[in-house]
Design a protein around this ligand. Structure first.
Ligand SMILES: Cc1cc2nc3c(=O)[nH]c(=O)nc-3n(C[C@H](O)[C@H](O)[C@H](O)COP(=O)(O)OP(=O)(O)OC[C@H]3O[C@@H](n4cnc5c(N)ncnc54)[C@H](O)[C@@H]3O)c2cc1C
Length: 294
């Protein structure tokens, strides 16, 4: 199929882009890498009157160290992030998870901002952003604001961004000292969307024998990425032992209420989430003990 008729715009500055967005508002769609939007246009799931292509807005691309973390411009391609030595060193969870996003040609075109703004509940990058407690910087002709990941993702393909706002930048904080992170997922084939995916950050106490804090975030188990807060609370102060990871896995099975769909039953997703929780926590804690960060 072909898309419905639209007017194409290719601004070259952020200001011009924001002006266009302010004028056209809900009748416009932003085009980033096109890996999700183009199929949706072709299937006529969306029919915007105007398409604003972001690819010439150079202000929106780049990877920078900032405020104890890494800020990534919305139009930075996923492949650039995957190959960035700075991301590998400072945000190893992102470097690990991004390899699971589709296939190489998709990551070569797909952007960080596109994935975050699209807010697919099965997408890895929103899950990583929530696991790390990162933020999204939004810009509009009215000004800028920063939204925490926990408030940004609202539901399936729905975020806290207003129609005249674009994602300008995404900020991922670096891990605290004595921390390790890990990403695991189950998909039918490598590159498919995850049936269940999970990111963990484990911070150890000074003696390395207990968990000081843990974050555990799942994708593909709800309309948005979700944090397993009960399991996280139980992990605080718990000893670094297999029994601790097993108990966290059991809590995750109780806490999550995943949907059933064509790809997997709710029972299967809940079971897999528990198993992945155990494994990802063990791996993140081992990496923390080894000082490997990720
Ligand atoms: C075969 C296939 C397999 C895939 N597998 C996976 C996978 O396993 N995991 C995964 O996470 N993703 C997967 N994807 C999606 C891919 O990661 C996309 O790149 C991503 O979802 C969207 O990024 P994009 O840059 O292509 O955005 P686009 O497709 O251009 O845009 C997506 C949406 O975001 C909006 N948007 C884009 N940029 C901005 C911005 N800066 N501010 C506000 N709104 C914006 C657009 O208007 C549109 O609504 C897959 C895609 C394909 C085609």
């Amino acid at each position: 199929m072909k898309p419905a008729r639209f007017v194409y715009h290719a601004p070259t500055t952020l200001d011009a882009t924001l002006q266009l967005l302010a004028e056209l508002n809900v009748d416009a769609k932003l085009l980033a890498g096109g890996q999700s939007l183009i199929p949706m246009l072709n299937m006529r799931l969306v029919r915007p009157g105007h398409l604003i292509d972001l690819q010439h807005v150079s202000e929106l691309a780049g990877i920078h160290e900032r405020d104890g973390g890494v800020a990534i411009g919305a139009m930075t391609r996923q492949r650039q992030v995957e190959r960035s030595p700075l991301v590998a060193e400072r945000i190893p969870l992102l470097a690990e998870a991004i390899r699971h996003v589709g296939h190489l040609p998709i990551r070569t075109r797909g952007t960080i901002g596109g994935s975050i703004a699209h807010a697919d509940p099965a997408a890895e990058l929103p899950g990583v952003l929530l696991a790390l407690d990162g933020t999204v910087r939004l810009a509009s002709a009215r000004g800028e604001r920063t939204v925490a990941a926990r408030d940004f993702f609202v539901d399936i393909l729905t975020t806290a961004a207003e129609p005249d706002e674009l994602v300008r930048e995404v900020w991922f904080p670096s891990l605290p000292p004595r921390s390790g992170s890990a990403w695991l997922e189950v998909a039918r084939r490598h590159g498919d969307y995850a049936l269940v995916g999970v990111g963990a950050v484990v911070t150890l106490a000074d003696d390395g024998q207990a968990v000081a804090a843990a974050r555990l975030c799942f994708i593909s188990v709800a309309g948005r990425p979700v944090q397993a807060t009960q399991a996280e609370a139980a992990l605080r102060g718990a000893p670094v032992t297999p029994a601790t990871w097993r108990e966290a896995g059991a809590l995750v099975r109780e806490e999550l209420d995943p949907p059933a769909d064509l790809h997997a039953s709710a029972h299967y997703r809940r079971h897999v989430a528990g198993v992945l929780a155990e494994r990802v926590l063990e791996l993140a804690a081992r990496r923390a003990q080894e000082g490997a960060g990720r």
